[in-house]
Write a protein that binds this ligand. Structure first.
Ligand code: UT7
Length: 331
């Protein structure tokens, strides 16, 4: 069976930097609290009028350029997001129209912080079975419109930022290199631990004035529970992924974890007894960009020379749902 590999990678972060000090001016928080709890110093916010599909388009154009490809060569599009342009249709359709490639199949993945890892596994499977040859996988988020800039929402608000990352997945010409395996999990018993319930289809109508008055338009998180599960499940799925491939921790050049919280990643590295510097981090600059975080981090790490041809890398994510997963790649 043909193996798949990443043929190109690109990212886009909006220009507007929002520091912890900027947030201090909006509600009761402090740079010290945010840095100490999460490692975040600043994040980027998209301007009014910018859609998730706009950030995705920018990241895609860079990934196409990196792969030396034209949009017309794409034969499938997978877009992961928790901040879609509209509730329906899927944001991948809006992106497809902006790319000017009608007829290409489009799929939205709604797996929050694990969205990229889940999406990559779908692309890998399609390439392996020969169904598609040039698949765009993009994670994109505009969080800044759906965060509560109040004391009540501050635990969530300080963590998130806007951004997008994209890769092109296609067949590998070397059977030894490419995406080796994906390991995906979820536990829906925790679905309410991190959620944005603005849309409640059990209500008639599904959005009422109370939806806004009672604050259901903002995300809600049981932070400690998320933290505890993340530091348990991320090391667990890394070990599962390595055992599946007969690889040891020492053989991994770089771990690229989802950037939710620097402390989560430090805990995970410590649990695995992996030196902290082998867990890539750029959360200080961008905060948590959810589905965008892993491709953004992977692109930066590659440019910095943190891994290269022939190296083993592991992507690992954990997020709302709960959902989590890991991907092993030989670059
Ligand atoms: O991809 C998954 C996305 N989410 C995550 O990964 C989040 C995982 N969870 C976490 O990272 C942590 O739980 C947080 C960083 C969100 C919070 O840290 P914590 O140590 O669990 O704090 P806490 O929620 O228990 O709150 C401690 C205190 C509270 O005040 P009191 O009750 O002790 O007076 C909060 O009201 O910190 C207060 N607090 C804040 N203070 C300043 C909560 N948010 C803030 C804030 N600024 N932004």
């Amino acid at each position: 069976m043909t193996r798949s590999r990443i043929l190109g990678i690109g990212r886009f972060l909006p220009e507007r930097r929002v520091t912890n000090f900027d947030l201090e001016k909006l509600f009761e928080t402090s740079d010290e609290w945010i840095q100490q709890r999460s490692g975040i110093v600043e994040r980027r916010y998209a301007d009014e009028g910018v859609y998730c599909s706009d950030l995705a388009l920018e990241a895609t154009q860079r990934a196409l350029e990196n792969a030396k490809m034209k949009a017309e060569e794409l034969d499938f599009i997978i877009l992961a997001t928790l901040s879609p342009d509209h509730h329906f249709p899927g944001t991948a359709c809006y992106l497809q129209a902006k790319l000017g490639v009608p007829e290409v199949g489009c799929l939205d993945v709604r797996n929050q912080c694990s969205g990229f890892v889940y999406s990559l596994s779908v692309a890998d499977a399609f390439v392996r079975i020969g169904m598609h040859k040039r698949i765009l996988v993009v994670g994109s988020e505009v969080h800044s419109s759906a965060l509560s800039y109040t004391k009540e929402g501050r635990d969530v608000t300080v963590l998130f930022g806007d951004g997008a990352g994209a890769v092109i997945v296609g067949p590998s010409d070397d059977p030894e290199r490419g995406i080796l395996s994906s390991h995906l999990h979820a536990d829906g018993r925790y679905a309410d631990a991190l959620k944005l319930e603005v849309w409640d289809i059990s209500k008639k109508p599904y959005i009422t004035p109370e939806t806004i008055e009672e604050g259901h338009i903002w995300p809600k998180m049981r932070g400690r529970e998320v933290f505890r599960m993340a530091v348990t499940k991320m090391p667990e799925v890394v070990e599962e992924a390595l055992a599946f491939n007969g690889l040891s921790l020492d053989q991994i050049k770089l771990f690229i974890p989802h950037q939710a919280n620097l402390r989560i990643n430090q805990f995970s590295a410590a649990k695995l007894e992996v030196p902290e510097e082998k867990f890539f981090s750029n959360i200080n600059k961008y905060g948590n960009t959810t589905a965008g975080s892993i491709p953004i981090a992977m692109g930066e790490a590659l440019e910095q020379g943190a891994f290269g041809e022939g190296d083993y890398i592991v992507l690992v994510a954990f997020g709302a749902g709960f959902t989590w997963g890991a991907t092993v790649i030989r670059w």
